[in-house]
Design a protein around this ligand. Structure first.
Ligand code: GDP
Length: 529
């Protein structure tokens, strides 16, 4: 097998999605531990140590230079080369969180067993559905009181609209947690709490083994036998094709903190998930094994230090091999040839300059301000464009204007540039000038970032008035007569800077109102280019 084929085939690039506190950091850390990328649990720098006052956040950005420490982590495990894409949560939640999912080939969804499907998981899940990528579910914290596993399955199916296939099944929970039954291997893996540093001791027993009763007790054994019977009869069959197309989610129960079920999960996951997938372009699908390099930009990280207004553009390699100093064509840059300088990659916590990378990998390159989100880079001679990255619906809105009207130019320049980087979205009310814009953000922290950056980088002070809108929808049918729309009084029509019209809503009922009373109106939650 050629070197290129072998390297690409062993790559697995996935994102971990969850609601804050479900255990994403802990699970990631355990993966890294198995991969030998870190030596001790507790060493993945968590946001837990970071206070979220904005000044602290800026400080953190400065100290880290760029906040890539938690963006992408690469490590090797049993011959696989694994790229984990972190999806920042808490106050770091922003459009970048969604965009990251565009770079992944599959997703691991971590769910807290006592809480079930939570808000942020729901949002991230919707984005995964856009691309039909495989989704694997890890139901975490089984060492604590948990909800009934059947109920959890039902919730995932009903709330997220995906079928589930439990690969293993829990025996009790909390203090009574005894382990899991592996439905494929048809054996019990028993649980012994061990502080979480290394692997658990496994006791593998057949469900019919007499020793099972001693291990988990008569009652639990009976419950398990009944549960499995019910599952075998009632749950969906395992169908790899459905898994690969994001229609069926394999579900695993475990406890990341105590290390229980993490390694079996990782192993099964690596077997079931795919190597880098082909990507859509305006010239058809691009095969990852095509030796000609191609990539697209999915995230741009501005440097918070005003002395260095450079940026890092993160790109996902979609085909072929990247080599340091390579010349590529920047399609959206008018087909210009550029050298990708200072390519960086991450091994757990360390950033390092790399010499080569393959399809599936993520690299960060120095960006003198030429890239935009969604841009394609190809090997010289190639001229195709990857499908664009959608614009995701902001959830917080504010009216923003400059305090000093003489600084109009700086204000327009600053807000426009920050919007180009993809940190905020800007809207205008029809018939209003640029002195005042409506800014929409996915995570509220972006407002503080905007204020800080306008002040520090562009020397503009702003006034911000928060607006009561929570939802935005793009009007898909451009020919519709806006004046004739029947909308509730607190629904607002705005325009983005590409000229698209959108509706701002204060609550879900107003969306319903708009949809029901305007049968011709077509609304979308995602903006396409
Ligand atoms: P994240 O916000 O999703 O990254 O969550 P973390 O990994 O930081 O975990 C949140 C909290 O839950 C931390 O205090 C963890 O120690 C704890 N935690 C994570 N996994 C488990 C688990 O399996 N069992 C228990 N009991 N606690 C856990």
């Amino acid at each position: 097998m050629s070197d290129l084929k072998h390297e690409i085939e062993r790559r697995r690039t996935f994102a971990i999605i969850s609601h804050p506190d479900a255990g994403k950091t802990t699970l990631t850390e355990k993966f890294l531990l198995y991969g030998g990328a870190i030596a001790l649990a507790g060493s993945v720098k968590g946001k837990k140590t970071a206070k979220h006052a904005v000044s602290d956040w800026m400080e953190i950005e400065k100290q880290r230079g760029i906040s890539v420490t938690s963006s992408v982590m690469q490590f090797n495990y049993e011959g696989f080369c694994i790229n984990i894409l972190d999806t920042p949560g808490h106050q770091d939640f922003s459009e970048d969180t969604y965009r990251t999912l565009m770079a992944a080939d599959s997703a691991v969804m971590v769910i807290d067993a006592s809480k079930g499907v939570e808000n942020q998981t729901r949002k991230l899940f919707k984005v995964c559905l856009l691309r039909d990528i495989p989704i694997f579910t890890f139901i975490n914290k089984m060492d604590r009181e948990a909800r009934d596993p059947f109920e959890l399955m039902e919730e995932i199916e009903n709330e997220l609209g995906i079928q589930t296939y439990p690969v293993n099944w829990p025996i009790g929970c909390g203090r009574e947690f005894k382990g899991v039954y592996d439905r494929n291997k048809k054996e019990i893996i028993s649980f012994t709490a061990n502080g979480g540093q290394r692997e658990v001791e496994k006791v593998e027993l057949n469900i019919n083994d007499d020793r099972l009763e001693q291990l988990i007790g008569k009652d639990k054994r009976q419950i398990l036998v009944d549960d499995i019977e019910l599952l075998d009869g009632a749950s969906y069959d395992f169908d790899m094709d459905a898994v690969r197309h994001g229609k069926l989610s394999p579900v695993f129960f475990g406890s990341a903190l105590t290390n229980f079920g993490v390694e079996p999960f990782l192993e099964d996951f690596l077997k079931m998930t795919t190597s880098p997938l082909p990507r859509h372009s305006d010239q058809g699908e691009i095969d990852p094994f095509d030796p000609a390099f191609s990539a697209f930009v999915f995230k741009i990280q501005a440097n918070m230090n005003k002395a260095h207004r450079d940026r890092i553009a993160f790109m996902r390699i979609c085909s072929g091999k990247f080599e340091k100093g390579m010349e590529v064509t920047h399609i959206q840059g008018g087909g210009k040839k550029i050298k990708l300088s200072q390519p960086q990659q991450l091994m757990a916590q360390d950033r390092e300059i790399i010499d080569q990378a393959y399809a599936g990998d993520i690299i960060g390159v120095f960006d003198p301000g030429i890239f935009s989100i969604g841009d394609t880079l190809c090997a010289p001679g190639k001229k195709f464009q990857f499908e664009g990255i959608p614009t995701f619906a902001p959830e917080h809105f504010a009216r923003v204007s400059q305090k000093d009207t003489l600084k109009r130019k700086q204000f327009v320049k600053g807000t426009t540039q920050i919007a180009q980087e993809g940190a905020i979205q800007m809207f205008q009310e029809p018939n209003k000038g640029m002195e005042e814009v409506i800014v929409g953000v996915v995570g509220a922290l972006q407002f503080d970032v905007l204020e800080y950056r306008l002040n520090n980088e562009y020397n503009v002070e702003i006034r911000m008035e928060s607006l009561p809108f929570q939802y935005i929808r793009w009007i898909e049918n451009k020919e519709i007569d806006l004046k004739s729309l029947n909308l509730s009084s607190d629904t607002k029509i705005v325009q983005d800077f590409k000229g698209n019209y959108l509706l701002l809503f204060t609550d879900i009922w107003n969306i319903k109102w708009a949809v029901e009373r305007n049968p011709d109106l077509v609304l979308s939650e995602f903006g396409r280019e």
